[in-house]
Design a binder for this molecule. Sequence first.
Ligand SMILES: Nc1ncnc2c1ncn2[C@@H]1O[C@H](COP(=O)(O)OP(=O)(O)OP(=O)(O)O)[C@@H](O)[C@H]1O
Ligand SMILES: [Mg+2]
Length: 438
Amino acid sequence: MELASAASADVTWPSWVLVVAAVLVPGLLLAGPALRSRYPGAWWLLCGFPAVAFRVVQTWRPLMAGCGLAVSRRPALTVVSGLVGKGAPPPQPRVPRRGLIRPTSGGFVLLVRLLPGQVPEHFVKAAPAMAESWQVHAVRVTSWKPGIVRIVASAVDPLADPQVPKQRGPGHLLRVTVGALETGAAWVIDLRRVPHWLIVGATRSGKSTLINALVAGLAPQPVALVGIDCKGGMELSLYEPRLSALATNREQAVRLLTALVDLTLDRMSLCRAAHVRSIWGLPDKERPIPVVVIVDEIAELFLVASRNEKDEAHAAGTALIRLAQLGAALGVFLVVAGQRVGSDLGPGVTALRAQLGGRVCHRVADPGTAEMALGDLNPDALKAAQAIAPEQAGTAVLASGDGWERARSYLITEADAEAVAAEYAHLTPALSELHVEP
Ligand SMILES: Nc1ncnc2c1ncn2[C@@H]1O[C@H](COP(=O)(O)OP(=O)(O)OP(=O)(O)O)[C@@H](O)[C@H]1O
Ligand SMILES: [Mg+2]
């Protein structure tokens, strides 16, 4: 009796698996495209990842051999095996040992143990070949521990269409997620960590869109926003309800910048009296509100046609440099955008640039601007900036002390930014000392 039931279980078990597979596979094939667009995370885990993991396992040995990462067995061993095996094929070359392939959101990661004589750079060189064989967007290799490298693959291009995440609450003070990095991580602008920013790019490369994303993130926070837009206020006047002050020509800009320098000096006296080195050392109740100064089109401040304008441009430049020098500790932050930031705009620009530690370089029209923005970094960063195509607007190369990376801002349209500014207009701090007469 028991034998009979065991036998029937033997018969039914594989047939059940076949039935389930027969339902599941066409179901997934049919529902795949819809699942992919609606629930990309679930699609990746159920369909994309298993297929790619299978490909990695299948191609591992030939790929390692093809990239010169396999090590042949010692010749003596080959000879011995030939004798013992009586003509059997010689032992296969050793390939680096691969760890478990673990899925990530939109990719996978695996650790690989190096063979003797190998260094991580050998694997870094093989990364493009890995991406081709596994049919993924990109593969990055980093050293994990001595003797072990970490391979991170992204299945799709995280910069193709980064989606604004659902934001809960105003978030951390002065920290805004403005887009996605090439690694798939969030692109965060944290003004407390890097207080001043230079954003460059040719016309329609995405500068204002990035500023929209930054303003949309800062608007719900307890900060004052100040605009300087000498293109007649065409760009920044969108956010006017949320701006504590806006200058739309150079004369107003000089007055506003002078007022900002005075405000900074007042804050310095406050800190000195309290024996603290920055406003962050003051008690919460006494701390003055952080001020973020946004300048769209820096060239408009510096370009001069007449002698009178020269004095104005000089005054604006000097005030900006002072703000940059003193501001960070006193809660005044600068975000400066421009199409062209060359030394031909005057010596002030070069001095200002040196103070703006955060650099974002969108598509540029001239290599000089990329050089000004990215400095004497790795030449690959300059090449990457110049390779950005016009249809990839919003894509930029970010430079910081520890290297460079590609990123793309979220597409926050003017209408979105305008709506956010209106929604949080009630949070606009009244800084009467910054009011510039029209
Ligand atoms: N992150 C992005 N993703 C998708 N499209 C973008 C992105 N950023 C910008 N764009 C597209 O590029 C267009 C121009 O962008 P934007 O107005 O930000 O350029 P800009 O650099 O400020 O140009 P200008 O110097 O003329 O003011 C936008 O209207 C939008 O269609
Ligand atoms: Mg613009």
